[in-house]
Design a protein around this ligand. Structure first.
Ligand code: NAP
Length: 311
């Protein structure tokens, strides 16, 4: 039987609607959440991502401002900008779009962001809060994965979860959130022995690898929930045929654009999984929605939820 499709577009829209209502209440009481985005240099992909983040802020009513230092910006100049944003009370969230220009010490910049305003959840203080189950800011994509599971009524406690990928941005925080939700978690990576065999143990399989359609049907236990984090652009005809042969709709896109977007999971997996996130339209839309959630959360954590409610 074909898998249930977990509709990330719908879930993200629901979350945005909730955030919009909350921001309206907060703003009416004089507390409009504020987000500052730093986009250094002119990386075309980063420009698209930042445009999406600013647009989403406008839609939900979050105040946003974009800082665009030139490609030649120095580490010290960026540190001064971050320092200024750290001090400004009306800014609740600071997002430094990566990658930064080559001459900039990115680690130094990320470490300089006040952990209370770190809406990406990358600062080691927030990593520590997550691993010790204290209130903090959680990276957006992993938080979005948990929302997909929760809002789709997919049970997590006592389930076997396998996460393929151990990046600081996706794999590790996702594994930590699953552990905190009482799943039994295995983390895999490029040195894992018998990857398909380990993956087949999973009730919940998360693929965060960055390799087009690598997870084929022999990685998946029939009925498992499969969360596909990957976003890979396929331009090669043979690769396209391996993934989408016979798919008329994809064929049309591929012919028109010369490329198509595919996850880390082969489309054939939808024939045996119990539930699956599509690409596009699965995990992707959740990432920006959770950035909005994090901005409101940062405001509440920093300014004190009690004080805001009183107001
Ligand atoms: P990353 O930093 O490159 O990490 C990839 C991970 O996959 C690494 O841990 C690597 O293992 C592992 N891996 C690579 N090849 C493997 C193989 N053949 N077998 C087993 N494991 C393998 O990537 P990332 O930032 O976590 O992103 C992963 C994917 O998610 C990418 O496609 C990215 O575009 C996508 N993504 C999507 C969103 C979204 O909003 N939907 C957000 C972020 C990322 P080692 O550690 O051993 O090298």
């Amino acid at each position: 039987m074909a898998a249930r499709i977990l509709d990330g577009v719908k879930i993200a829209a629901d979350i945005r609607a909730e955030v919009t209502a909350e921001v309206k209440t907060l703003a009416a009481a004089g507390h409009r959440p504020g987000l500052a985005v730093i986009l250094a240099g002119n990386n075309p992909a980063s420009e698209i991502y930042v445009r999406g983040k600013v647009k989403s802020s406008e839609e939900v009513g979050v105040y946003s401002e974009k800082h665009t230092p030139p490609d030649s910006v120095s580490t010290d100049e960026l540190l001064a900008l971050v320092d200024d944003l750290n001090r400004r009370d009306e800014i609740d969230g600071i997002l430094v779009q990566l990658p930064l220009p080559r001459q900039v010490d990115a680690k130094k910049i990320l470490m300089a962001v006040d952990p209370a305003k770190d809406v990406d959840g990358f600062h080691p203080v927030n990593v520590g809060f997550l691993s010790t189950q204290r209130p903090g800011l959680v990276p957006c994509t992993p938080a979005g994965i948990m929302e997909i599971l929760r809002r789709s009524d997919i049970p997590v406690p006592s389930q076997e979860a396998v996460v393929v990928g151990r990046s600081d941005i996706v794999g590790k925080p996702t594994a930590m959130l699953l552990i905190n939700s009482n799943a039994t978690v295995t983390i895999c990576h490029s040195k894992t022995r018998d990857l398909p065999g380990v993956c087949r143990r999973a009730d919940i399989l998360v693929a965060a690898i960055g390799r087009a359609g690598m997870v084929t049907r022999d990685f998946v236990k029939p009925g498992a929930t499969v969360i596909d984090v990957g976003m890979n652009k396929v331009t090669d005809r043979a690769e396209f045929d391996r993934l989408f042969a016979g798919n008329a709709k994809r064929e049309e896109t591929f012919r028109a654009k010369g490329s198509t977007l595919v996850g880390d999971v082969h489309p054939e997996v939808a024939e045996i999984a119990g539930a699956i996130t599509p690409v596009p339209g699965g995990v992707g839309p959740l990432t920006i929605a959770m950035l909005m959630v994090n901005t409101v959360r940062a405001m509440k954590l920093r300014r004190g939820a009690g004080e805001l409610v009183k107001a």
